[in-house]
Write a protein that binds this ligand. Sequence first.
Ligand SMILES: [Zn+2]
Length: 239
Amino acid sequence: MCTALIYRNLQTKEFGLGFNRDESFLRKKAKFPSYYESNNLKILSPRDGDYNGTWIGVNSKGDVYAILNLYEVKIVSIAKPISRGWLVSQLLEQKTSIQNLNKEFLRDFLPFRLIYLTLERTYLFTWDGKDLEIQQDEKDWQVYASSALHGKEAERIRKQTFEKNFLQNLTHNFTQISKNYLSCHIPEKGSLSPCMHRDVAHTVSQTIIYIQNRIAHLEYKDGQPCEEKDWTSYSLNLI
Ligand SMILES: [Zn+2]
């Protein structure tokens, strides 16, 4: 369960990803974003509290990745599934590449949708447990969402929420638009709002990655987006 807002502007050469992480109350708290080096790259990402992988991050080449669960498909059980967060870390560290993603490689992963974002386009890899679909999208704005309760309906509603209430009035910068959209309770405070509230799960953090002038900026809010909590800011110079 998550919501992603994607933005790009080819004229000003800026792009970004705003992301709400929705999780069960049973999951451990994530670790705040940190910098580390691997494979001659610097990586900036928060860390999953359970498996030490990540669901979002950026590296010093300006590669941005994020992962959403895919709940719509029924999957035969996998004996020992590999953490999807591990895959994002491997991609950020360039220990594997998107070219390696195929049925054989992904056999032991539960279904997901992986976002790989560049200035020019968004790549969306959909793994349903059997087949891999790769889509490319060059839109200026795009919304992706996942929901254990509503499946694709959540994405349709959250996209509509953005187009009706935010896309018509773009007077702020991307970071502020992301914060406003991802913290809102439209159509109502609950399982379909970007700031998601349910009895078993909720939005646990918000991450905004924004790249401009060869610098990646990351802002992170630990907690429900509608709560009064401080943002933590980070930046990473690109190579
Ligand atoms: Zn809320």
